[in-house]
Design a protein around this ligand. Structure first.
Ligand SMILES: Nc1ncnc2c1ncn2[C@@H]1O[C@H](COP(=O)(O)OP(=O)(O)OP(=O)(O)O)[C@@H](O)[C@H]1O
Ligand SMILES: [Mg+2]
Length: 277
C-alpha cells in the first residue's frame, strides 16, 4: 500500500510544486512506482512534467465532483515509474461546487484507495490555501511534508498550518503524521538562511530534513521546458538535493530516520555559513 505524502503550506511560492515534482521524480528514478497528484488549479505540477493542462481530457476536478474514478484520470509521464493525476483550471470552482456533497473532505481519500496499491508513493501538490482542496489532501495523506522557504517571516503562518493538521487529526484522519519540514531556496551566502534553518531545528527538532534544498537556477528553469530537474540537468545541485530528499523519505518510510543524507545536501556540507555573512 503506497505511502501518501501531501506537500502543503498555505504560504505561496515556498517551493511546494518544485518539491512535489522533483521528489516524485527522484522516487520514481530509483524504481519506486509513484503517483504525482496535482491538486492545485494553477496546474504547475502538470505542466512541470510536460503535460499541457489545457488538453487533458479529465483531471482531479472530475474526481472531486465524482464524475470520474481516479484510475481513469491518471496519465503516464516521460519518466518511467512516474504517473500523474493532472489538474485543470476547473479545479478553481470545485471548492464551491462541493459544498453540498456529504463528507466532502474525504473524497480524495476514497478515490485514492482504489489505485493506491499500484504505487509505493503518492505525492500530492497542494494549493497555497487551507481550503477544501488542502483538507482533502491532508485527509487522504499518511503524512504531510512542509516546505519552508529560508527567508524573513518563514515561520509566519506555520502555526496556522500546524493547527489545521491538529484539527484534521482530531476529526478526519487520526493517522496523519508530519513527514518532515524541508528548508527550500536556501542561499548558502546568507547568514539569515542559516538562522531560519536553525530556528526550524529548534522548534521541529529532527522533523527537519537533513537535506536542504539550495537556491538553484536549474530548478526554476526546468518547468519552462516541461521537465523535472532530473531530466533537465541531472548533475545540477537541484537534482542532487532532491535525490537526497528522496533517500531520506525512503529511509523514513522504512523506519530508519537515522540513515544519513549525502553531505552535499546538508547544512555545512557545502561550506554554508562560512566566509560570507
Ligand atoms: N530551490 C529553488 N531554487 C530556485 N528557484 C526555486 C527553487 N524552488 C522553487 N523555485 C522557484 O520559485 C518559484 C516558486 O516555487 P514553487 O512554484 O515550487 O512554489 P509553490 O509553493 O508551489 O507556489 P504556489 O504557492 O504558488 O503553488 C518558482 O518559480 C520556482 O521555479
Ligand atoms: Mg505550487
Amino acid at each position: 500500500m503506497g505511502k501518501v505524502i501531501a506537500v502543503a503550506n498555505q504560504k505561496g511560492g515556498v517551493g511546494k510544486t518544485t518539491t512535489a515534482v522533483n521528489l516524485a521524480t527522484s522516487l520514481a528514478a530509483v524504481e519506486h512506482p509513484t503517483l504525482l497528484v496535482d491538486f492545485d488549479p494553477q496546474a504547475n505540477c502538470t505542466s512541470g512534467v510536460g503535460i499541457d493542462a489545457r488538453t487533458v481530457a479529465s483531471s482531479t476536478y472530475e474526481v472531486l465532483i465524482g464524475s470520474q474514478p481516479l484510475a481513469d484520470v491518471v496519465l503516464s509521464t516521460e519518466m518511467p515509474y512516474l504517473d500523474l493525476a493532472p489538474s485543470h483550471i476547473n479545479l478553481v470552482g470545485a471548492e464551491i461546487e462541493m459544498v453540498d456533497i456529504p463528507e466532502r473532505e474525504r473524497i480524495l481519500r476514497r478515490a485514492l484507495a482504489e489505485v493506491q496499491h499500484r504505487y509505493d508513493f503518492v505525492v500530492i501538490d497542494c494549493p497555497p490555501s487551507l481550503g477544501l482542496l488542502t483538507l482533502n489532501a491532508l485527509t487522504a495523506a499518511s503524512s504531510v511534508l512542509i516546505p519552508v522557504q529560508a527567508e524573513y517571516f518563514a515561520l509566519e503562518g506555520l502555526g496556522q498550518l500546524l493547527n489545521t493538521i491538529k484539527l484534521v487529526r482530531q476529526h478526519l484522519n487520526p493517522e496523519l503524521e508530519i513527514e518532515g519540514v524541508l528548508v527550500t531556496m536556501f542561499d548558502v551566502r546568507l547568514r539569515l538562511a542559516n538562522q531560519v534553518a536553525g530556528e526550524l531545528r529548534k522548534y521541529f527538532g529532527d522533523k527537519v530534513f537533513q537535506t536542504i534544498v539550495q537556491r538553484n537556477v536549474r530548478l526554476s528553469e526546468a518547468p519552462s521546458f516541461g521537465k523535472p530537474v532530473l531530466l533537465y540537468d541531472a548533475t545540477s545541485i537541484g537534482s542532487r538535493n532532491y535525490i537526497a530528499l528522496a533517500r531520506e523519505v525512503i529511509a523514513r518510510s522504512m523506519g530508519r530516520p537515522d540513515l544519513p543524507a549525502p553531505a552535499t545536501a546538508s547544512i555545512g556540507g557545502d561550506g554554508a555559513g562560512h566566509g560570507h555573512s
